[in-house]
Ligand binder design. Sequence first.
Ligand SMILES: C[S@@+](CC[C@H](N)C(=O)[O-])C[C@H]1O[C@@H](n2cnc3c(N)ncnc32)[C@H](O)[C@@H]1O
Length: 205
Amino acid sequence: MKDRQKFWEERYAGKDYLFGTEPNDFLVTQTDRLIPGARVLAVADGEGRNGVWLAEQGLNVLSVDLSNNALAKARALAADRGVSIQTLQADLINWNWPVAAFDLVVTFFIHSDSREQQILLNAMYQALKPDGVLIFEAYGKAHADNEFGGPDDPDRLYSSALLRQSLDRAEILLLQEKTVIRRGGRFPGKPAAVVRLVARRPQRQ
Ligand SMILES: C[S@@+](CC[C@H](N)C(=O)[O-])C[C@H]1O[C@@H](n2cnc3c(N)ncnc32)[C@H](O)[C@@H]1O
């Protein structure tokens, strides 16, 4: 098992849901974009709080993550909520990504170095069908030195410039860097400096 996977398997080894079982706040603001029956890829979905919520909205979810422990919890959460999701363990940096296969790709707080960020963003974009939409949120550069969560290495934080550059063929529908107060997760009530993006793959590409 590679170090990266070992790190996450250990973090998810306990019974509790590390990041809670409620969906990401930003995702919930995007409800208008969720079409029942749409095929969605939940990238680095962890314990499934977002993938399971999307399944509850009637979407057809494939939830991919590095950690088997997390995905087992995601399946348990789905069963508890009376929905089903497909799960797949993979390292998304080396994954054989499907192309033009999903109506929606969502990802929340996957942090790699800037080289891998570009690989991931490009792969997520390619995974979209024409007209498909990517919804993304992660810690931004302004989160450096924040004691409440996020990576220690500033190269693992995102900038809107990198998103724009990596998604230069996309139609950017929303791109913002802002500080939000978290409702749930590990640090409720604490600030997080995030980058949020909604982008569409145009019809002709
Ligand atoms: C901070 S957690 C966020 C989990 C989930 N998206 C959420 O918001 O609750 C980061 C997740 O990214 C996953 N991850 C990190 N690197 C990965 C990689 N290379 N391939 C697949 N998953 C990865 C971890 O296993 C972990 O579940």
